[in-house]
Design a protein around this ligand. Structure first.
Ligand code: GUN
Length: 287
C-alpha cells in the first residue's frame, strides 16, 4: 500500500504561500501581473487558461487575457508579444500551447522577454536551467520536485528514470533531478529494455502521454512513482501514464491522476510570476 501524494493539498500550501507573498509585495508597491495569451478555440486550452486566471485571482495576482482568433497571423501574434514585453504592469507572459496550425510556436517563445518567460520555455531560460543558474523553472517539472520535497523524499544518490523526452517535461525533469544529485536515465520511444530500466528506478517519472503505459511489472517494489500523464482510458475516462490500480499496491509513493502533478503546475506558474515581478523590480532571485 503506497503513500498517495496529494497534489491538491501540496498545491494549496504553495498557493497560500504565494498569496502571502503577493500581499507583502503589494505593501512595497509591487503588483505582480500575468498576461495569458490564447489563440484559437481548443477546448482543453480554454480550460487551462480559465484555471490559470482563476488561480491568479485567488492569490491576488493581476491577470489579463488576450484571446485571439485562430486566423491570427504570426506578425500579429509577435506584435502582441512585443507590446506585452514593454507593458510595465505585466511581469509574466504565457502563450498557451498548442498554437493553431500555421503559427510558429518556437518563434513566439523566442520573442518573449526572458525575464517575463514564466513558462521557462525561452532558449535563454532553458540554457540557464542546464547550467543551474536559473530564474524560472518550467512549471510541471518544478511541481514534481515540490511533490518530492513535500514527502521528504531524498533524490541524492537515487536512481531516477524519466520516461519521455519532451522539451517541456522530460528533458527539464531529468535536469532538475540531476541538480539534486540523482543518477538519471531518460527513456523514450527508441529505448531498448524499457521495462528493465524502469524496474531499476527508485524514482520513476512517467511523462509519455500513453494511458496506463507503466504496468506493475515495470516498477521496483517500494519505488516512488510520479505520473505526469493526462490521458483518456478506453472508456474516455481521465487517467495517467501509470496503471494506478495495479502499480499502487507495489510501490512506496504514487501520485494519482487527477489530483497529483496537475494541480502543481498552476501553483508553480504563480510562483514564477512572483519571481518575474521581483526580477523586474531589481530583486535577486532567491532559490
Ligand atoms: N499547454 C499545456 N501545458 C502548457 C504549459 O505549461 N504552458 C503553456 N504555455 N502551454 C501549455
Amino acid at each position: 500500500m503506497a503513500v498517495r501524494i496529494d497534489g491538491k493539498a501540496v498545491a494549496a500550501t504553495v498557493r497560500a504561500g504565494v498569496a502571502e507573498e503577493v500581499a507583502a509585495l503589494k505593501e512595497k508597491g509591487i503588483f505582480p501581473g500575468l498576461a495569458v495569451v490564447i489563440v484559437g478555440d481548443d477546448p482543453a486550452s480554454r480550460t487551462y487558461v480559465n484555471n490559470k486566471k482563476k488561480a491568479c485571482a485567488e492569490t491576488g495576482i493581476y491577470s489579463e487575457e488576450y484571446a485571439l482568433p485562430a486566423s491570427t497571423t504570426q506578425e500579429e501574434l509577435l506584435r502582441l508579444v512585443e507590446t506585452l514585453n514593454q507593458k510595465k504592469d505585466i511581469h509574466g507572459i504565457l502563450v498557451q500551447s498548442p498554437l493553431p496550425d500555421g503559427l510558429d510556436e518556437e518563434a513566439v517563445v523566442e520573442a518573449i522577454s526572458p525575464q517575463k518567460d514564466v513558462d521557462a520555455f525561452h532558449p535563454e531560460n532553458v540554457g540557464r536551467i542546464m547550467i543551474g543558474n536559473f530564474h524560472f523553472l518550467p512549471c510541471t517539472p518544478a511541481g514534481v520536485m515540490e511533490l518530492l520535497r513535500s514527502q521528504n523524499i531524498e533524490v541524492a544518490g537515487k536512481r531516477c528514470v524519466v520516461i519521455g523526452r519532451s522539451n517541456i517535461v522530460g528533458k527539464p525533469m531529468a535536469m532538475l533531478l540531476l541538480h539534486q544529485n540523482g543518477t538519471v536515465t531518460i527513456c523514450h520511444s527508441k529505448t531498448q529494455n524499457l521495462a528493465e530500466i524502469c524496474r531499476s528506478a527508485d524514482i520513476l517519472v512517467a511523462a509519455v502521454g500513453k494511458p496506463k503505459f507503466v504496468t506493475a511489472d515495470m516498477v521496483k517494489p517500494g519505488a516512488v512513482v510520479i505520473d505526469v500523464g493526462m490521458d483518456r482510458d478506453e472508456n474516455g475516462k481521465l487517467c495517467g501514464d501509470v496503471d494506478y490500480a495495479n502499480v499502487e499496491p507495489k510501490v512506496g509513493y504514487i501520485t494519482p491522476v487527477p489530483g497529483g502533478v496537475g494541480p502543481m503546475t498552476i501553483a508553480m506558474l504563480l510562483k514564477n510570476t512572483i519571481t518575474a515581478a521581483k526580477l523586474q523590480n531589481g530583486w535577486q532571485y532567491e532559490a
